[in-house]
Design a protein around this ligand. Structure first.
Ligand code: LFR
Length: 500
């Protein structure tokens, strides 16, 4: 057949993976060829990404992808996506200045106030449409500037752009990820010079913008030698923000999506839950700002109108704490026990930044229950149940608010993609909470979205987003969860307990 081979590099907060995609007219499949851990490292007070370990994993994965391609060693393209916001700084010789700092690091404390003194939050939102998260790139830059490293910096590369730079020697700033820096105007889809000027950020640090589908260079000879690949191998800009690729990888029905008659509602799950709608224009009003919705840019001119919810981070941090204390922390038994625990006994606000930093998560959850006048979870099963109920409740609340603020019709279904797809209890609770059917899958939506954008740029497949998504619906088994209809009042009551 005319199928061709593409590697999707997808870097997440807890693991990175390289997937081999096969794409051609009417054909799409994906195989994981390499997965490697992403373990942040603290030196002194600062939490870093171990970026060279990640790059090592990328190179190993590309070698393995090449081994499995037909003919061996030949890839038709590579695309890279990762978490957003974070960056590396390069000096005048193009060398990396220190390890990129993790967005969960505490250095941004107080920076939002400093930014607000220079530019009122209302204005910052009207210009960028980005939700307030303590770790937004502009706050990181305000924390970094003044330091010796920053003084030596001549270039700033977002994480996927940094990996692409090492692979190709060419520097660019991919647009979907750039939109999370809080320096992009979502109406023009270009830099916001007024914001940069007001905050004293030099836009010359950023190499030129690239859009998903743009060429991003070819593998350097040293990289070909190291990976055993046969050149030329093009690297293509994809939705390099993992959430942009994940939403491109939502198997939406024709008619649902930006500009379509039906509302595309999704929850991209993993370390985070990103819950929202796909729109064809940003929503920048004051009500939207107060509700803290973001307008991230997507592939093909789309906007992701969503809010960040703490996601499975809450569960993973609990498990990490239990394991460290020598207590049972295996996922499956915990989920089974949680399924049997009392529903909605207590819930916490899973949208709250109080859960952002690592450490002592079971205690912090118990404290939040106490503070809101609810019973503390008595054991691990009740803690896990509290986390999953709280996530489902936040999914419900966020999607309902998004629909209202964007003035869209009620969606027919909610798509769950990403790692949370494997958590059937979470998917069912989300269906119950939202009072809508949930379509769960694919778990590897980001890699699918990554491959589809590259494959289209290479001419292996064609079509708009709706057409690409059509390929997805047959590529992967999807699971359907029907909501328990008469449970609406329970979720409403739980919501009132938390939010009045
Ligand atoms: C998800 C994600 C979110 C972003 C967060 C931090 O992996 O990219 O979209 O808000 O990580 O970068």
């Amino acid at each position: 057949s005319g199928a061709r081979f593409f590697a999707a590099v997808d870097l997440g907060a807890t693991s990175g993976r390289v997937m081999l995609g096969r794409a051609g007219p009417g054909e799409l499949s994906l195989t994981e060829v390499h997965r490697f851990p992403n373990r942040p490292v603290r030196t002194g007070a600062t939490l870093h990404w171990d970026i060279l370990a990640l790059y090592r994993g990328v190179l190993d994965g590309l070698r393995e992808a090449g081994r499995r391609a037909v003919p061996a060693g030949r890839l038709d393209g590579i695309g890279i996506d990762s978490w957003a916001v974070d960056y590396g700084l390069l000096d005048a010789d193009g060398a990396l200045l220190g390890n990129p700092v993790h967005y969960r690091d505490g250095r941004t404390e107080g920076m939002a106030d400093r930014a607000a003194a220079a530019l009122p939050p209302e204005q910052l939102y009207a210009e960028t449409g980005v939700q307030h998260l303590p770790f937004n790139t502009v706050y990181q830059l305000l924390a970094a500037c003044g330091g010796a490293q920053f003084a030596a910096a001549r270039r700033l590369l977002l994480i996927p752009d940094l990996i692409a730079y090492w692979l190709t020697g060419r520097a660019g700033t991919e647009l979907t990820n750039a939109s999370t820096t809080q320096l992009i105007d979502p109406r023009t889809r270009d830099w916001s010079r007024p914001v940069a000027r007001a905050l004293g950020i030099d836009l010359a640090l950023f190499p030129p913008l690239r859009r998903p589908g743009d060429p991003a260079g070819e593998l350097l000879p040293e990289v070909l030698a190291e990976t055993g690949l046969t050149g030329p191998v093009p690297v293509t800009a994809v939705g390099s923000h993992d959430t942009a690729s994940a939403v491109a990888g939502v198997p939406a029905a024709a008619g649902a999506g930006a500009g379509g008659p039906d509302t595309l509602a999704y929850i991209a799950t993993g370390t985070w839950s990103l819950a929202g709608l796909e729109l064809d224009h940003p929503v920048l009003g004051e009500e939207s700002r107060r509700a803290n919705f973001t307008n991230e840019l997507g592939v093909d001119g789309t906007v992701r109108y969503l809010r960040n919810i703490m996601g499975l981070w809450l569960l993973e941090e609990c498990r990490r704490a239990w394991a460290a204390a020598g207590r049972p922390a295996e996922l499956e038994p915990l989920l089974a026990a949680a399924a049997g625990a009392e529903p909605l006994r207590s819930v916490v606000d899973a949208g709250s930044a109080e859960f952002l930093a690592p450490g002592r998560m079971p205690e912090r959850i118990a404290a939040a229950c106490r503070r809101t006048g609810q019973p503390e979870p008595r054991d691990a099963a009740e803690t896990v149940r509290c986390v999953l109920d709280s996530l489902a409740l936040a999914h419900r609340r966020t999607l309902a608010e998004a629909v209202r603020l964007a003035a869209r019709p009620r969606p027919r279904t909610v798509h769950i993609v990403g790692g949370g797809v494997r958590n059937e209890l979470l998917c069912q609770l989300t269906a119950d909470a939202c009072g809508l059917p949930v379509t769960a899958g694919p778990a590897e939506a980001a890699a699918f979205g990554n491959v589809l954008v590259q494959a289209r740029a290479a001419g292996a497949v064609s079509g708009g987003l709706a057409g690409l998504r059509g390929l997805l619906r047959t590529a992967q088994p999807l699971r359907h969860h029907e909501p328990v209809r008469d449970h609406g009042h329970r979720w409403r009551q739980a919501e009132e307990r938390l939010h009045g």
